[in-house]
Design a protein around this ligand. Structure first.
Ligand SMILES: [Cu+2]
Length: 124
C-alpha cells in the first residue's frame, strides 16, 4: 500500500468509529429527568411512539413522568410500567402523570398495552 492508501483507509476507519460512537451515545443517553424539589420530572409526548423514548433518572428519588398523548390511535391509549406496577390511561390531548419510586439502578421498559410502542427508563 502507498502512503495515500494507508491514510484513506485510516481516515475511513476513524469516520466509522466516530459514527458508531455518535449514534451509540445518542441512543444510550436519552434525556435526563429534570429535578423539581425532591422529585424528578420529564415530559413524554406520545405520538407514533414515545418522545423521548429513553429517560434517565436517579434511583431513590420519586419520579413523575408526564405523558401527553397527541394522537387518537387506540394503540397508545395506555402506558404500562410492569416493573413498577403502574399503568395509566392517556386521553388524547391531556397530560397524565405517572409517579413511582425507582429503588434500584437498572433498565426498565415501559410500553403500550400491546407492547408495540416501547420506551426505556434508565435508573442510575
Ligand atoms: Cu399498542
Amino acid at each position: 500500500m502507498t502512503t495515500d492508501q494507508v491514510l484513506v483507509t485510516a481516515a475511513g476507519f476513524l469516520i466509522i468509529v466516530f459514527i458508531n460512537w455518535f449514534f451509540w451515545h445518542k441512543t444510550v443517553k436519552g434525556i435526563s429527568a429534570v429535578s423539581s424539589g425532591t422529585r424528578q420530572e420529564a415530559l413524554i409526548v406520545v405520538k407514533g411512539g414515545y418522545t423521548p423514548d429513553t429517560i434517565v433518572v436517579e434511583h431513590g428519588r420519586p419520579v413523575r413522568l408526564n405523558f401527553r398523548r397527541e394522537e387518537t390511535a387506540s394503540c397508545s391509549e395506555m402506558v404500562l410500567f410492569p416493573d413498577f406496577n403502574r399503568s395509566a390511561k392517556l386521553p388524547t390531548g391531556e397530560t397524565v402523570a405517572v409517579e413511582f419510586l425507582p429503588e434500584k439502578p437498572g433498565e426498565y421498559e415501559f410500553a403500550c398495552q400491546m407492547g408495540m410502542l416501547r420506551g426505556k427508563l434508565i435508573v442510575t
